[in-house]
Design a protein around this ligand. Structure first.
Ligand code: GLY
Length: 391
């Protein structure tokens, strides 16, 4: 591919797409209004958990997640080899814990469909469960073990991706403050507030929770809204037994990180573009954390933070080319699964940029599936909209 492609957004999706596009021969310029990985990607707990995040019967979204999980071993290995950087890719499996007899049937039914879709899931009970995860509360009656689910340390993974992009020749421009898309029909031109202009043949929009700002300009409904996730981490002293698995329950999740901390997440609240933590949000996590892992009783998290998950109206990402603006592609709205979905999104976005047809089941993620924008505005108005939403 000889095209010059402008990638807007330096989160994990933008960086992954930039890397794959560059590998396929494109000239790639990645534009970021602030710092790469400074939003949801750097705040994520880093779980690669398509089975635990999709509790019901598998659908196209689950298949996308599972495909990405399968790409991860080779994808992360390439990034590690390219950069020599580590990001704690940890193959630990997950436990989804139940506390009531009535939940056992649901665990078994999940185990059955997970097995049909490539997992060697098994339900653990009684001593078998506590042998596998000694730190769990004895009130747990069973857990679904899904060995195929892993995690990475997301902030370090984003740094490694950025380094890999630079090494492969992606040109990354950060701290651009605000970006205006001034031309997208005959060619692509994006202007930074400093006056600097970036031109290309195609544009890939990977602006996460801010992607909706392009709706009016592009004449397509991009219903992405930020859903705040508040997370906390406990210092996991030497005298405590670390968790062997990621632990999920109906209230949230816990992930043991290599630096000895236990990351617990996450709230789901609507607060616009406010990514601050609240006492209420963290208290809610603390109320159930120690019920799952009793040794946390009385401990205070040493670190609290929040990220803005980009959620679409149907909770599924927007991936592909806009039919009526054929130089423009979207890869946004990955909601709770941006880290997991980054390799498959990179492959699909690069396929689209190369003009390859997407498989029929990918139509579920078409970026124009929500219809046209209600209002169109002129270029000046649209530029204003983007500034407002890309601080
Ligand atoms: N994927 C975990 C979260 O969004 O909190």
């Amino acid at each position: 591919m000889n095209d010059t492609i402008i990638v807007m957004g330096g989160g994990i999706i933008g960086l992954s797409c930039a890397l794959e596009l560059r590998r396929r021969g494109a000239e790639v310029r990645l534009l970021e209004t602030a710092s790469c990985g400074g939003q949801a990607s750097g705040a994520a707990a880093g779980m690669l958990a398509p089975y635990s995040e999709n509790l019901e019967a598998p659908d196209a979204f689950f298949m996308l997640c599972r495909e990405s999980l399968q790409l991860y071993p080779a994808w992360q290995q390439q990034i590690r080899e390219l950069t020599g950087m580590d990001f704690e890719y940890t193959a630990c499996g997950s436990l989804y814990v139940a506390y009531h007899e009535a939940d056992l049937l649901a665990l078994e039914s999940r185990m059955n469909w997970q097995r049909d879709y490539g997992s060697s899931a098994v339900v653990l009970q009684d001593q078998e469960l506590f042998d596998a995860e000694p730190g769990l509360s004895r009130k747990a009656i069973a857990a679904l073990l899904t060995p195929e689910e892993h995690h990475i340390y997301a902030p370090d993974f984003v740094k490694a991706l950025k380094a890999a992009c630079l090494q492969e020749g992606v040109r990354i421009h950060e701290h651009l403050d605000a970006l205006d898309l001034v031309e997208w029909k005959d060619r692509i031109e994006v202007r930074a507030r400093s006056g600097r202009a970036f031109t290309g043949d195609q544009l890939l929009v990977c602006t996460g929770a801010w992607a909706g700002a392009m709706s009016d300009l592009l004449g397509v409904r991009i219903p992405v809204q930020p859903i705040r996730g508040q997370i906390c981490a406990y210092a996991w002293g030497e005298n405590r037994t670390p968790l062997n698995h990621m632990v999920f329950c109906s209230q949230g999740y816990m992930v043991q990180k290599g630096n000895g901390t236990l990351v617990c997440g996450a709230s789901e609240d609507i607060a616009g573009f406010d990514s601050s933590v609240t006492e209420r949000g963290i208290r809610r996590l603390m109320q159930w954390n120690h019920k799952v892992v009793p040794v946390l009783e009385g401990l205070k998290p040493f670190h609290r933070w929040a990220g803005l998950r980009p959620s679409t109206l149907d909770g599924q990402p927007l991936i592909g080319r806009l039919p009526h603006a054929d130089r423009v592609l979207l890869a946004a709205g990955h909601y709770r699964n941006g880290i997991l979905l980054s390799p498959v999104t990179a492959m699909l976005a690069a396929d689209c940029a190369e003009g390859k047809p997407l498989p029929a089941w990918q139509q579920a993620f078409r970026p124009d599936r929500f219809g046209t924008a209600v209002t169109r505005v002129d270029a000046a108005g649209a530029a204003h909209a983007m500034r407002r939403s890309c601080p």
